[in-house]
Design a protein around this ligand. Structure first.
Ligand code: ZN
Length: 376
């Protein structure tokens, strides 16, 4: 009898303990749930700030460009020289992106190490929304005067007054589609696609001189896109030998564009991107010399991968959509050489998707603060 009572007592105690334990577990789970929800919120906020560097490190512009050259065809086939990355420098360290969101009267600051070491600057001001700049540059009022031109300057005409950058407005989702290495037989079909959607884009062009190519240049300008200098020769060893060598090549392409279309380009993109293994010693001095003359260069923060060997048509589409979705201001690297049929074929899908995601499209001009890699 005594034993049975004792047993019942123990059972009651055990039951009570279990009940209390279960209650505690429920309370713990409840609070755990709350904390998880609270903890989840900051994630999306903290992610983008760490993404630009990751993104660009995977973009590997030098490799992309190397393959783009190989596919230029015709006279450009000789340009198909791969750019091996310098083994000493990790690409990601060199390719941090900087966006000069702040209006600066000194664009060198855009590409200087201190400015670019920081994550993209938050848009501080909320000025009037930037208008979609369709016309090839020079429409905004110049706010910088030309520097004094040395008497022995080999290119006294290669100076341009540069307007202030129009700050990117917070929440303005804008995509700058850029096409390198044209013109080609695919340029006019590409222009037709852009026209169909009312999209303006930027063409960084090379030294192609056939009548067909010149006609493509003319139509690019006439249809309201920005014509900009890429390179005449696209020969890395040659153009990155010195600031003078770079300027010689720039001047040749500049003259071709101007004589063919009447447009005087004010912006450019370096062959292989502003930082590559051929210009470790000259990238900064080249940028400074071109900046002194008032010309602005643009790298990119979205790489379509269309110059990366093995990228499928679907891959091009996915690259552009997934990378662009991380930015409010996206500069998209694509190519328009004769081999880039997949890029052309994917363009309607890409435009439609980005429009559905709330982006507008605009052409670059020198009022748009550039997105640049960090100079060595
Ligand atoms: Zn190129």
């Amino acid at each position: 009898m005594k034993n049975r009572r004792k047993l019942r007592h123990i059972r009651t105690v055990l039951l009570s303990l279990t009940t209390v334990g279960l209650f505690c577990l429920c309370v713990w789970l409840f609070y755990q749930g709350l904390f998880e929800q609270d903890g989840a919120a900051p994630l999306p906020v903290s992610e983008p700030s760490s993404r630009p560097t990751l993104e660009i490190s995977s973009a590997e512009p030098p490799f992309s460009i190397a393959s783009s050259n190989a596919s230029q065809g015709g006279a450009d086939a000789s340009l198909g020289e791969p750019i091996p990355m310098a083994s000493s420098a990790a690409p990601e360290s060199a390719l941090a992106v900087s966006e000069s969101a702040a209006v600066s009267s000194e664009p060198a600051a855009v590409s200087s190490a201190p400015a670019s070491a920081a994550p993209p600057a938050p848009a501080s001001e909320a000025p009037a929304a930037p208008s979609a700049p369709a016309a090839p540059a020079s429409s905004a009022a110049p706010t910088t005067s030309l520097p004094e031109i040395p008497a022995d300057d080999p290119y006294p005409d290669l100076y341009v007054a540069r307007p202030e950058f129009i700050p990117h407005q917070d929440g303005d989702k804008v995509v700058y589609l850029t096409f390198d290495d044209g013109p080609s037989n695919l340029t006019i079909p590409l222009l037709d696609v852009l026209d169909k959607y009312g999209v303006k884009a930027t063409f960084f062009v090379v030294g192609k001189t056939s009548e067909e190519d010149k006609e493509a240049l003319r139509q690019t300008a006439e249809r309201g896109h920005t014509l900009a200098v890429h390179s005449y020769t696209h020969e890395y060893k040659q153009i990155y030998a010195s600031p003078r060598a770079f300027l010689d090549d720039f001047a040749r392409e500049y003259a071709l564009i101007k004589e063919t279309t009447g447009v005087s380009p004010t912006i450019y993109r370096c062959a292989g991107g502003s930082v590559n293994s051929y210009n470790r010693d000259t990238a900064r001095s080249i940028a400074e010399e071109m900046n002194r003359r008032g010309y602005i260069y643009y790298d990119w923060n979205v790489d379509s991968g269309d110059a990366v060997p093995g990228t499928t048509a679907e891959g091009i589409y996915q690259n552009v959509i997934s990378q662009t979705s991380r930015y409010d201001k996206a500069v998209v690297l694509m190519h328009n050489s004769a081999a880039k049929k997949d890029t052309l074929a994917q363009l309607p899908r890409i435009i439609e998707k980005l429009q559905a995601m709330g982006y507008r499209f605009a052409a670059l001009d020198n009022t748009v603060a550039p997105i640049n890699f960090r100079l060595p």
